[in-house]
Design a binder for this molecule. Sequence first.
Ligand code: TZP
Ligand code: MG
Length: 212
Amino acid sequence: MRFDLSVYLVTDAVLCQSYGLERTVEEAVAGGVTMVQLRDKYASEKTMVEQAKRLSAILKPKGVPLIINDRLNVALASGAEGLHVGQSDTTVREARDALGPDAIIGLSVNTLEQLHAAPSEALDYVGLGPVFATASKQDHAAPLGFDGLAALVEASAVPSVAIGGLKAQHIDAVQRSGAHGMAVISAICGHPSPQSAARELTTRWRQREAMH
Ligand code: TZP
Ligand code: MG
């Protein structure tokens, strides 16, 4: 695989505000996160391109891919490694056509119907969730729980990352579901030390993985 979903930080301007976006991402990468998604539902395209370029400068030397949430134009203008789309955003095929074969393209999925409708040949991974209800995403879909997660992982033709209310204590259950990784906002952004939070998640992920 040319990317590693194991501990995937998703940013949020409000939830990451204690240290700000750049410092939070720097710390998270020092703590070992394997992917970063720039997600901001409210920022202008111009602001997001600037942020993406600054994050890229931090992430590129570390070999950690930067994925842009929703905004195809931001992904195109910033040179990020990929785009993550939801069910009502730019389609996966449009994203693939625009970004080319090397881009990493992810799709949010909450049901088996959505999974079966997804064009897996144009897709690199799916984000499955929310596993739990979470305050970090407004109007999120119904929580899957770990059984629901496992059913989606099993049915997926592409690698999957679990998301929604996940903390370090859920690593075992996420790995038992078969998911290739876990994506978090608040477990890292909302922690007094984003670096030690990230370090705990990545260390535990690897330890547990080695046991299975
Ligand atoms: N998509 C499904 S749940 C979620 C997103 C973006 C938010 C995850 O945030 P947290 O704080 O890790 O629950
Ligand atoms: Mg979206």
